[in-house]
Design a protein around this ligand. Structure first.
Ligand code: NIG
Ligand code: FE
Length: 432
């Protein structure tokens, strides 16, 4: 008879287990209403993967002397959050711009006056690799405190080949040394750097012909992203860069329709992007094109809040058109210095009228799909990465209601317990 499997980690006494039905694909309404909830459940982890996620006492695993046990105390357990859009590698801060915006200055005015993205580019270019590495580690730590177990991280504050590659190398190095899953993205086309303003096309070519091939050859990024905006790149310029990415078989993303309707959503559909992100001003034609092409809408209400704007993306319309919606922080020093996915989910309910179920789907399986990792994370079934949260709430329906509170009590990333109460750490992790 085969030996029973001895679990590495068991989560017991789960009041509400949100399996997301164990799916490996993005979820669109009305399926989003069903979170695959199992009451009185348990989870077992073996070799960093989920071995069992289901009703208690039916798992076919055993507990050994080395097994770590989390008592969920009848609370909620869900998949770790996937923050599918961050700019977490940068130096410096821009709190003055934030405060100026609240006094009435616009993002575009600040950018035109020499602030904005180029301000962070200056600080980032000056920073040593060591300083960037430390800052990135701290930022990842912050993201993970609120339950993020997978994070996409974009370059974009280097804006020449050498500096962009430097950022992606640091991301890669940190990714190998961190518990959460990191998905790197080349955003060489964040804005046109000052050295190239009088010869924009040259910069577009630099990204398309130099950065994309080099990043591809050195396996430095999974995705290529472009910021389409009045103050950044035109749809035609973006098309050239996205085509280069496509030629190298690199999956694509697009910052689209953030400050006005640039027909970014249509461009994302045309170029077969995995996701289009922001989408505040997207029109119906764009939504239809995205639905048809299977592009995920990544919405970031924290950015709208931080910009002091009142218009949020029309999540209801995207969902009505059959577009899968993901939620992300956009964590960056200019437009959203907030690493908190729990708050972003609450904003999804408060300002975009998403349901409690839709925001859970958007932060887990749809986020995973937006970074091309829906086969690995974002839902709970045997074989997927053991990315799990124990939330200190009795029902997921409390999540938006308790906005602002960090109730991510345990965070398990790739089978490792990276956040836990003191008593657990003392017992199992030899920490005082
Ligand atoms: O997603 N939109 C472009 N990029 C960021 C802003 C970055 C910055 O201001 O530094 C965003 O909002
Ligand atoms: Fe962004």
């Amino acid at each position: 008879m085969a030996q029973p499997v001895v679990a590495d980690l068991v989560i017991r006494n789960i009041g509400e287990l949100l399996t997301m039905k164990g799916v490996d694909d993005p979820v669109v309404a009305p399926e989003a209403a069903d979170l695959g909830i199992i009451k009185r459940a348990e989870v077992a982890v073996k070799d960093r993967k989920i071995f069992y996620a289901g009703p208690k006492d039916a798992g076919g695993f055993v507990v050994g002397p080395q097994t770590m046990i989390i008592d969920a105390e009848n609370k909620v357990v869900c998949p770790g959050f996937v923050d599918s859009h961050t700019h977490a590698i940068f130096a410096g801060t821009r709190e003055e711009e934030f405060l100026m915006r609240q006094q009435g200055k616009t993002y575009a005015e600040i950018q035109a006056a020499g602030g904005g993205i180029v301000k962070t580019v200056r600080a980032t270019r000056m920073a040593s690799e060591e300083k960037l590495r430390d800052a990135l580690k701290r930022n990842i730590f912050k993201l993970s405190r609120y339950g993020t177990t997978t994070a996409e991280i974009k370059s974009g504050y280097g804006l020449n080949t050498e500096e962009e590659i430097k950022l992606l190398r640091v991301v890669k190095e940190v990714a190998l040394d961190t518990d959460i899953l990191i998905v790197p993205t080349l955003l060489g086309a964040h804005v046109v750097p000052p050295e190239y303003v009088s010869r924009r096309q040259k910069y577009v070519e630099l990204v398309a012909r130099d950065m994309v091939p080099m990043v591809h050859e050195n396996h430095l990024a999974t995705f290529v992203d472009v910021y389409v905006d009045e103050g950044a790149f035109t749809p035609d310029e973006a098309r050239q860069i996205l085509k280069a990415a496509r030629d190298y078989d690199m999956p694509r993303k697009l910052h689209a329709d953030e400050m006005e309707d640039d027909h970014g959503a249509e461009l994302a559909a045309e170029m077969g992007c995995v996701s289009a992100d922001h989408l505040i001003w997207t029109n119906e034609k764009g939504m239809k094109a995205m639905a048809k092409a299977g592009v995920i809408a990544t919405l970031m209400p924290g950015t709208v809040l931080s910009l002091g704007h009142s218009k949020f993306a029309d999540a209801r319309a995207f969902i009505a058109h059959g577009v899968p919606v993901a939620l992300a922080t956009d964590y960056n020093p200019g437009t959203c210095m907030c690493p908190n996915m729990l708050l972003v989910m609450a904003l999804g309910v408060l300002h975009m009228k998403m349901t409690a179920e839709e925001v859970m789907v958007a932060a887990t399986i749809n986020g995973a799909a937006a970074v091309g990792r829906a086969g690995d994370t974002g839902s709970l079934r045997p074989g997927k990465d053991a990315d799990l949260l124990v939330l200190d709430i009795d029902s997921y329906r409390e999540l938006p209601y308790r906005f602002g509170e960090n109730f991510a009590r345990y965070v398990v990333a790739g089978g490792g317990v990276i956040k836990a109460p003191k008593v657990f750490k003392k017992k199992y992790l030899q920490e005082s």
